[in-house]
Design a protein around this ligand. Structure first.
Ligand SMILES: *Cc1c(COP(=O)(O)O)cnc(C)c1O
Length: 374
């Protein structure tokens, strides 16, 4: 038996939806892409959506649409997947890491404020584990200093903050549809926005910087005509993927409820266990519960982690502070230090949480964690 920390949930309806597209006229850039974009935009409460072939591509075109370039600084969290800051590097910009809050593990607005300079152009808050960041404070800072906010909501589709869904609030919000994420398209991602100008730029960057839109072109020589206006990419997503995404959207609320149930069960089981710190939840937020973390004494983390792996429990550590990776160390981040992030990393263990985790599996995980910590 092996219990992974995360995995997809696929049923017959998903399979039928994909097969239907395979028999249709369009495998890519067809009706399912638009339908999926509209479905997600309506669900999160955004006007526009651009689906792409990964969450990383979503972050990249969001940074391009934001105009991030050499000399610009973008503030993000060190406790995230490397894509949250790599997207800034792709554009020639400089990621700046602001420390996390020691309780929620999300980026701390006070720390963001300390890092703002006259070069700062944007903030990329990451809703770590699916729990929304302090968006009121982050939005206030962005307004005050004239910065764009690009949310990395790879963990947070369906999460909400003060009754507003993640995706409805900032300049741009990026989602991922990798198999472990809230819903899957195999590989895939999306940027949502409420601003038409950003939407048009996102469309350009998704597909080579090429357009047929008369309003954007400098001239139109005829029905065959198109122009490349920007240096874009091929980040298009297939109709096959989007059909899967649409079918997964039907199940999203159920997935989120199941994740909440699993988190509640873990919280109950561990809240009085000495040696385990359970994740703090703020009252203003509904979490997507993409991850469930426990924090243990750093001196014991490796022994507990190895013990659980040996028992077939696919524990993980999310995340190594991004600037600690050799690439970052070798490219200017040698003296970078976020104290809370480093402390958190040393004791963190993520336990299995996903919609297909059974009650028996969860009970097994809980028993083994308590045995090993005790
Ligand atoms: C998964 C993830 C990404 C990247 O998404 P992909 O679809 O794998 O490219 C970005 N940021 C965070 C926080 C993630 O967890």
């Amino acid at each position: 038996m092996y219990i992974p920390y995360g995995r997809q949930y696929i049923d017959d309806k998903d399979i039928e939806a994909v097969v239907e597209v395979l028999k249709s006229d369009y495998l890519t850039t067809g009706p399912k892409v638009l339908e999926f974009e509209k479905r997600v935009a309506d669900y999160v409460g955004a006007k526009y959506a651009v689906a792409v072939n990964s969450g990383t591509a979503a972050l990249h075109i969001a940074c391009l649409a934001a105009g991030i370039k050499e000399g610009d600084e973008v503030i993000t969290s060190p406790i995230t997947f490397a894509a949250s800051s790599n997207c800034v590097l792709y554009c020639g910009g400089t990621p700046v890491f602001a420390d996390i809050d020691g309780d929620t593990y999300n980026i701390n607005p006070e720390e963001i404020e300390k890092k703002i300079t006259d070069k700062t152009k944007a903030i990329i808050p990451v809703h770590y584990t699916g729990q929304p960041c302090d968006m009121d404070r982050i939005t206030e800072l962005a307004r005050k200093h004239n910065l764009l906010v690009i949310e990395d909501a790879a963990h947070a589709l369906g999460a909400s903050y003060n009754d507003k869904r993640i995706g409805s609030m900032s300049d741009m919000t990026c989602f991922s549809f990798h198999p472990v994420k809230p819903i899957t398209t195999g590989e895939g991602g999306m940027v949502v926005t409420n601003e038409e100008e950003l939407y048009k730029k996102l469309l350009l960057f998704r597909s080579h910087g090429i357009t047929r839109d008369d309003e954007l072109m400098t001239e139109n020589q005829g029905g065959w005509y198109y122009q490349q206006l920007e240096l874009g990419y091929n980040y298009r997503i297939t109709d096959i993927s989007c059909a899967l995404g649409l079918s997964q959207m039907d199940k999203l609320e159920g997935f989120l409820e199941r994740r909440q149930e699993i988190a509640d069960t873990y919280n109950q089981a561990f809240s009085y266990v000495k040696g385990i710190k359970i994740p703090t939840q703020t009252r203003v937020a509904r979490s997507g519960w993409h991850l469930y973390m426990i924090w243990v004494e750093p001196s014991r983390r490796k022994e507990i982690f190895d013990g659980l792996r040996k028992l077939g429990i696919g524990v993980n550590v999310h995340y190594i502070p991004v600037y600690k990776h050799p690439y970052y160390q070798n490219n200017g981040y040698l003296n970078c230090c976020c104290e809370n992030a480093e402390k958190f990393y040393k004791g963190a263990i993520s336990l299995p949480i996903h919609p297909s985790l059974t009650e028996e599996q969860q009970k097994y995980v809980i028993d083994k964690v308590i045995e090993l910590v005790g």
